[in-house]
Design a protein around this ligand. Structure first.
Ligand SMILES: C[S@@+](CC[C@H](N)C(=O)[O-])C[C@H]1O[C@@H](n2cnc3c(N)ncnc32)[C@H](O)[C@@H]1O
Length: 206
């Protein structure tokens, strides 16, 4: 999958918005591995939660040009950057400054993607809507993740797929069990060690 151009972004803007890193590229690599499946699936609508710079949803939009693209972020500056990354790469994207996907209902999305704030921190740290929201995940690094897990059945179509990046500290087995209880199977798509972090991308589907 092609990496979106980002020359339009001023380096200083990454003081306020998450700069694409190994986790962002692992998710892009996971989608690349899934590309033949995704082309055959031909999703009508795709949503990235917490899009940051917009590099992931834009890469998907470049690879699958016939779908509709949406993203959300609690950080308003991230919304502006996501929109601009998509625009500069000729991808149509609607970005909403929103907590997770709280305002979406009615099983609207065939694909949902989340590279969450996954670092284990104190709970009080994950209340921000600034740059700290990029990493602060609270208890087990799961406080934001678990809220989204509860929303998935409300926003994902019945044939839809949810791709989620986790690290070992998030206890992926627990996440799989939570989703199994909601009726979703899971599959490991890709795993990589980055410094002292074991990152993985799981796919959830009915
Ligand atoms: C690890 S960064 C990932 C950014 C981008 N997707 C990437 O992979 O480069 C997590 C992103 O989630 C956003 N975020 C954190 N909590 C959120 C929430 N409750 N709702 C929406 N976005 C959130 C952050 O602002 C940040 O942009």
């Amino acid at each position: 999958m092609e990496t979106p151009h980002q020359e339009h972004i001023n380096k200083d803007d990454f003081q306020h918005v998450y700069e694409p890193a190994e986790d962002s590229f692992l998710l892009i690599d996971a989608l690349e591995k899934e590309l033949n499946f995704l082309k055959a699936f031909n999703p009508f609508s795709c949503l990235e939660i917490g899009s940051g710079s917009g590099v992931i949803i834009t890469a998907l939009g470049m690879a699958l040009p016939n779908s509709l693209y949406f993203c959300t972020d609690v950080n308003f500056k991230a919304c502006l950057m996501s929109k601009s990354t998509a625009l500069h790469n000729r991808v149509g994207l609607e970005c909403v400054n929103m907590n997770l996907a709280m305002c979406f209902q009615n099983k609207m999305f065939d694909i949902v993607i989340f590279n969450p704030p996954y670092v284990v921190t104190g709970s009080e740290e994950c209340m921000s809507n600034g740059i700290e929201a990029s990493w602060a995940g609270g208890n087990k690094g799961r406080e934001v993740i678990d809220k989204l897990l509860d929303l998935i059945p409300k926003i994902l179509t019945d044939q839809g797929i949810f791709y989620l990046l986790l690290i070992e500290e998030n206890i992926p087995e627990e996440v799989k069990q939570i989703m199994l209880n909601k009726g979703y199977k899971s599959k490991l798509i890709i795993k990589r060690q980055v410094k002292n972090e074991n990152q993985l991308v799981l796919k959830f589907y009915k």
